[in-house]
Design a protein around this ligand. Structure first.
Ligand SMILES: [Zn+2]
Ligand SMILES: [Zn+2]
Length: 203
């Protein structure tokens, strides 16, 4: 029994798709290939049944996209996150999006509530801080990535070739030799550490 089959009985399979932002993709052709990979990944995991109503040789596959949910990071700079959300919407797939609340790696203390998570209202009553939703801080990319890894069953990291800023595509420990790296790859490695099923696709 596959991992997918086991999970499917419990809840919709949560498929995280992460990867490089828009500007890292060098050509329209490369972007189209990335979008096709996203579609293939989603179709592969959606429960499919073979339709052969007339019992003839001509069979077709029907995908039930309600059996999966897309998890992604809502990157403000576009790319894989944005394409995944667009494709999920086209196919009628539900999405769980973890956007960063501050555009930096680490969390930042919330200035509105001074890190308390609550703000005083009329009559001295305390209300949940509307800016940080009671957390006392704004979520940076690091925590955003961890949330994606923790809240998925399968994760795909989709990266353009030669995008590793540490080795410029030569291969290093950060990209694990394939020359492709982004924040998505950080998430991929973190999810793997958590024991999740992970895949990296270099395009
Ligand atoms: Zn706050
Ligand atoms: Zn590298």
């Amino acid at each position: 029994m596959s991992y997918q089959t086991k999970i499917q009985n419990k809840h919709p399979l949560r498929i995280a798709i992460v990867g490089a932002e828009e500007k890292k993709w060098r050509s329209e052709e490369q972007k189209i290939r990335a979008k096709n990979v996203i579609k293939t990944v989603l179709a592969r995991h959606a429960f499919t049944e073979t339709i052969n109503e007339l019992n003839v040789a001509d069979t077709s596959m029907k995908s039930d996209y309600s059996t999966i949910v897309l998890v992604t990071g809502g990157c403000p700079r576009g790319g894989v996150d944005k394409w995944s959300i667009e494709i999920a919407k086209e196919l009628g797939i539900n999405t769980i999006i973890y956007p960063p609340e501050v555009y930096q790696w680490h969390n930042e203390r919330c200035d509105v509530c001074m890190g308390n998570g609550s703000v005083p209202g009329a009559g001295g009553t305390l209300y949940q801080c509307p800016s940080c939703k009671g957390k006392g801080y704004l979520r940076g990319y690091r925590e955003r990535n961890m949330l994606i890894a923790e809240n998925c069953d399968v994760l795909y990291d989709i990266e353009p070739a030669y995008s590793c800023k540490y080795c410029h595509g030569q291969g290093c420990s950060k990209c694990e030799g394939d020359g492709a790296y982004s924040g998505g790859t950080w998430t991929y490695k973190y999810a793997r550490k958590l024991g999740k099923e992970v895949h990296k696709v270099v395009i």
